[in-house]
Design a protein around this ligand. Structure first.
Ligand SMILES: NC(=O)C1=CN([C@@H]2O[C@H](COP(=O)(O)OP(=O)(O)OC[C@H]3O[C@@H](n4cnc5c(N)ncnc54)[C@H](O)[C@@H]3O)[C@@H](O)[C@H]2O)C=CC1
Ligand SMILES: O=C(O)[C@H]1O[C@H](OP(=O)(O)OP(=O)(O)OC[C@H]2O[C@@H](n3ccc(=O)[nH]c3=O)[C@H](O)[C@@H]2O)[C@H](O)[C@@H](O)[C@@H]1O
Length: 470
C-alpha cells in the first residue's frame, strides 16, 4: 500500500518538526498538520519564519522548502482526517492532574478525543499511528474506540514513538539512530507496518528502521526515556558526593564514560533535568508498575524523579546558604530559562523550581534567556503556583518578584549573584570582567551547567560554585 496523504493531529514540538521532515523527504505525499489551537496554526503559517511556534535549529529551512508544496498547516481537522490514508496522533499526553492516577498516570483524554473524532469522520480504511508517548497497551484502547464508534471501516493501529530531542530535532529526524514501528503481527498489521516503513525509507536505511510487536514499541519509548533520565540522576547523585569529597564530577564522568560499556553521553551533571517528557514518562512508568502490582520495580524508577527534585532544591539551597543564609531583597540574575539550550521550550525547566524556592526566601529573580519571553516566564510560574493551590492575589504579589529582560546586561546589572540555568553557548562569550564590575561584591556565580571557565572567573574575583565541584 502506497501512502499518498498523511494527516497529523497535533502541531506541537513533535508534530510540527516530524511532519515537516516527512514532507521534505517525501515530496509525493501530501502532509497536513492540524491543531485545535488556532494561534499555533497561524504561527506555523507565518511568512516570517522567525515567528514559527517552535524554535529548532534548521527547522525554518525545512518549512520554507516544503510549506505550500506538500506541507500544510490547518485547523480544519475533519477535512484532513477524511482525506488521509495515514493519520498520526501527536497530541499532548501530560501527567493527569485530577482524579484517579493524579500526579502519576498519563492523561489520555486528548488521545481518546482524537480516536473518537477519527472514528466519526473516517469513510474509508485508515492506518492510525501513535506518535504521542503512551502507556503500554494504549493501542488496544484506541482500537476498541475506533472499532466501536466508527462507520464500519477498518483501522490498523501502529505504534511509532518519537525519539527526537529538542534543540537537535531536525538533525535527530534526518539521521535517526533508529525509527521504531510496532504493529499487529497479522497480515493486515504487517501491511500497515510496511506502509510506514516505506515512508521512512525515503531517507533512512533499512537497518535504521526497527519493527516489533505493538506492545514492545509502546514500552520501549517509556523505557528509553527512563534509561536516559536514570543516567542524569545517577551522575547528579554523585555530584553531591563530589562536592563534599573534592572529587570533580566532570572528571569522574569522563573517567567512567570512557568505559565502552558505559559510554560518554548523557553524563553531564546539571541543576536537574527538565523538559516535558522525562518526568511525566517516568511517573507514567511508575504508575504502570504499581498498576501491575510490581512495587519494587515502581520504587526503583521513582527514585530518578525524587533525586531530580532533590538536585533542583539543592542548587537553590546552595545559593541561599552561600549568600549568608538569606536572599531576601537580593537580586539573583538567571542566565537561561529554557529547559536546555537551542529551544524555546520551558516545560518542567529546572529554572522554574529554582526560582520558586528563591522567591519563597524573598529573592528578586532577574531573567535573561535568548529565546524565552517575559510572558512565558510569568505563565510558567503562575501555572506552578496555581497547581499548588496558591491564591490568585498571592500569585500576583509573587510575580512582582520576577523581572525578565531582552538583554543580558540588564539582568546582570547590580546583581548579588548569577545563576546559570541553561547551557546556552552565548553565556560563555560574555565579558565577565565587565559583569564583575557591575555586580555587588562578593560577586557569586552558581553555574548549574558547568559551562563557564571557573579558573578565569576566579581570577577576575568571582566566588564560583559549580555542580559537583569541591
Ligand atoms: N516534545 C518532545 O520533544 C517530545 C514529545 N514526545 C511526545 O509527543 C507528544 C506531543 O508532544 P509535544 O509535541 O511536545 O506536545 P505539544 O503540547 O507541543 O503539542 C501537542 C499539540 O496537540 C494539540 N491537540 C490536542 N488535542 C488535539 C486534537 N484533538 N486535535 C488536534 N490537535 C490537538 C494541542 O493543541 C497542541 O498544540 C507527547 O505525547 C509527548 O510525550 C515524544 C518525543 C519528543
Ligand atoms: O520523549 C521526549 O520528549 C524526548 O526526551 C528527551 O529529549 P529532550 O527532553 O528534548 O532533551 P534531552 O537532551 O534529553 O534533555 C533533557 C534534560 O536533561 C538535561 N540533561 C541532558 C543530558 C545530560 O547529560 N545532562 C542533563 O542534565 C537537559 O539539560 C534537559 O534539561 C530524549 O532525549 C529524547 O530522546 C525523547 O524523544
Amino acid at each position: 500500500m502506497k501512502i499518498k496523504n498523511i494527516c497529523c493531529l497535533g502541531a506541537g514540538y513533535v508534530g510540527g518538526p516530524t511532519m515537516s521532515v516527512i514532507a521534505l523527504k517525501c515530496p509525493e505525499i501530501k502532509v497536513t498538520v492540524v491543531d485545535l489551537n488556532e494561534k499555533r496554526i497561524a504561527a506555523w503559517n507565518e511568512e516570517d519564519l522567525d515567528k514559527l511556534p517552535v524554535y529548532e535549529p534548521g527547522l525554518a529551512e525545512v518549512v520554507k522548502e516544503a510549506r505550500g508544496r506538500n506541507l500544510f498547516f490547518s485547523t480544519d481537522v475533519d477535512s484532513a482526517i477524511e482525506a488521509a490514508d495515514m493519520i498520526f496522533i501527536a497530541v499532548n499526553t501530560p501527567t493527569k492532574n485530577y482524579g484517579e492516577g493524579k500526579g502519576m498516570a498519563a492523561d489520555l483524554k486528548f488521545v481518546e478525543l482524537c480516536a473518537r473524532q477519527i472514528a466519526r469522520i473516517a469513510k474509508n480504511d485508515k492506518i492510525i499511528v501513535e506518535k504521542s508517548t503512551l502507556p503500554v497497551r494504549t493501542a488496544e484502547t484506541l482500537q476498541t474506540i475506533l472499532d466501536h464508534t466508527g462507520n464500519g471501516v477498518k483501522f490498523e493501529v501502529l505504534s511509532n514513538p518519537e525519539f527526537l530531542a529538542e534543540g537537535t530535532a531536525i538533525e535527530d529526524l534526518l539521521n535517526a539512530d533508529r525509527v521504531l514501528i510496532g504493529g499487529n503481527q497479522t497480515e493486515s498489521g504487517k501491511k500497515a507496518i510496511q506502509a510506514l516503513v516505506d515512508v521512512y525509507a525515503h531517507w533512512l536505511s533499512p537497518k535504521q528502521i526497527l519493527t516489533t510487536n505493538v506492545w514492545s514499541s509502546e514500552l520501549s519509548k517509556l523505557t528509553a526515556n527512563a534509561f536516559l533520565a536514570q543516567r542524569i540522576s545517577s551522575i547528579n547523585a554523585l555530584s553531591a558526593l563530589c562536592e563534599v569529597t573534592e572529587a570533580d564530577v566532570d572528571e569522574v564522568a569522563t573517567a567512567i564514560g570512557t568505559d565502552s560499556r558505559i559510554g560518554p553521553k548523557f553524563l553531564k551533571a546539571s541543576v536537574g533535568f527538565g523538559g516535558s517528557c522525562f518526568q511525566k514518562d517516568i511517573l507514567n512508568l511508575v504508575y504502570l508498575c504499581r498498576y501491575f502490582n510490581l512495587p519494587e520495580v515502581a520504587n526503583y524508577w521513582e527514585q530518578i524523579t525524587i533525586l531530580n527534585d532533590y538536585q533542583k532544591y539543592r542548587f537553590a539551597r546552595k545559593i541561599i546558604t552561600s549568600l549568608f543564609n538569606t536572599v531576601s531583597d537580593k537580586k539573583i540574575a538567571f542566565l537561561g530559562w529554557a529547559f536546555k539550550k537551542d529551544t524555546n521550550d520551558t516545560r518542567e525547566s529546572a529554572a522554574i523550581y529554582v526560582a520558586e524556592h528563591l522567591i519563597e526566601d524573598g529573592a528578586e529573580i532577574h531573567v535573561y534567556d535568548p529565546k524565552v519571553s517575559e510572558e512565558k516566564v510569568k505563565a510558567d510560574m503562575s501555572y506552578l503556583w496555581e497547581l499548588k493551590g496558591v491564591a490568585e492575589q498571592k500569585i500576583q504579589a509573587k510575580l512582582k518578584q520576577i523581572f525578565v529582560y531582552k538583554s543580558p546586561e540588564e539582568a546582570l546589572n547590580q546583581a548579588h549573584a548569577v545563576a546559570v540555568l541553561t547551557e546556552w553557548d552565548e553565556f560563555k562569550t560574555y565579558d565577565w570582567n565587565e559583569i564583575y564590575i557591575n555586580m555587588y561584591k562578593p560577586a557569586f556565580v552558581f553555574d548549574g551547567r558547568n559551562i563557564l571557565d571557573a579558573e578565569k572567573l576566579k581570577a577576575i574575583g568571582f566566588q564560583i560554585k559549580g555542580i559537583g565541584k569541591g
